[in-house]
Design a protein around this ligand. Structure first.
Ligand code: MF3
Ligand code: CO
Length: 259
């Protein structure tokens, strides 16, 4: 069941989203070669707490294997849900950051992929195309139109660049909880409701340099590409109100590096 949001609730989600984007604005410039990914998580936890929020990812998921961090850090062939730890960031890496904040009961979700130092031109092209997929998807959010138009827009753009679309994971309703109905896939699949005013969704294309196939590592979280190709991930929280889409999170395009 899709839980629609009224104007006041959207204002609450917007506030949570702006806070999350403000965190990235401070965090991303600190991410440098030699940095342990666990350091990114420690920093994010402290920042979110100081700001009066709660890390929405921390403790999320199955009771016997909850997600153990405030932020996902997924490097190169890691697609999403990378768990921060001892691994160090290196020059030339594509580092995807994904986090969420609960503020006054309202949940935000945003991801971006950062180019560390000098990255290979094909990886830069992948990153740019993935971000373009996100904005193509958002442009398809219009009251009364079908949800899978978003999926078609994302898939069409990725395929036009000969990149692979990850099919096992996708976007979702968000705002009261981290994951709500509807599912927002990045290829046309499953339920295709009309999008009503009051809809709040996270759109999050995950695009691979190679094939779209993925696997989950032993840790039960880290999603990697099956062919070991590099992957990128961009996400915004978007509200549909007054007939059109508002991006509630702030654009972080200028933080991605390599521009
Ligand atoms: N943006 C990610 C998603 O929607 C965040 C979830 S990570 C989790 O799947 F750890 F919280 F599950
Ligand atoms: Co999400």
């Amino acid at each position: 069941m899709i839980r629609l949001k009224n104007e006041k609730q959207i204002a609450g989600i917007r506030k949570s989203c702006k806070l999350l984007s403000a965190m990235y604005r401070e965090l991303v410039p600190l991410v440098k070669p030699g940095m342990e990914t666990a350091e990114i998580d420690r920093w994010a936890r402290i920042w979110i707490k100081k700001a009066g929020g709660r890390p929405a990812f921390l403790g999320y998921g199955p009771r016997d294997n909850p997600y153990p961090a405030a932020i996902c850090v997924s490097i190169n062939n890691e697609v999403i849900h990378g768990i921060p730890g001892k691994r160090k960031i290196r020059d030339g890496d594509l580092v995807s950051l994904d986090s969420g904040i609960e503020l006054d009961g309202f949940v935000s979700d945003q991801a971006l992929t950062v180019e560390i130092g000098k990255v290979r031109p094909d990886l830069h092209a992948l990153n740019v195309a993935t971000r373009e997929c996100l904005y193509k998807g958002i442009a398809a959010v219009k009251a009364g139109d079908r949800l899978l138009q978003v999926a078609r827009a994302v898939q069409r753009h990725a395929h036009s660049r000969n990149f692979g679309v990850v099919r096992e994971w996708g976007g979702h309703g968000v705002g009261f909880d981290l994951h709500e109905d509807p599912q927002v896939p990045n290829y046309p699949h499953g339920p295709n409701p009309r999008m009503p005013n009051g809809l709040v969704i996270a759109i999050e294309p995950m695009i691979n340099l190679g094939e779209g196939g993925v696997e989950v590592l032993e840790d039960g979280w880290t999603v990697v590409t099956s062919d070991n190709s590099v992957s990128a991930h961009w996400e915004h929280t978007v509200a549909l109100y007054g007939g059109k889409a508002e991006i509630l999170t702030e654009a972080l395009d200028d933080l991605s590096g390599g521009l």
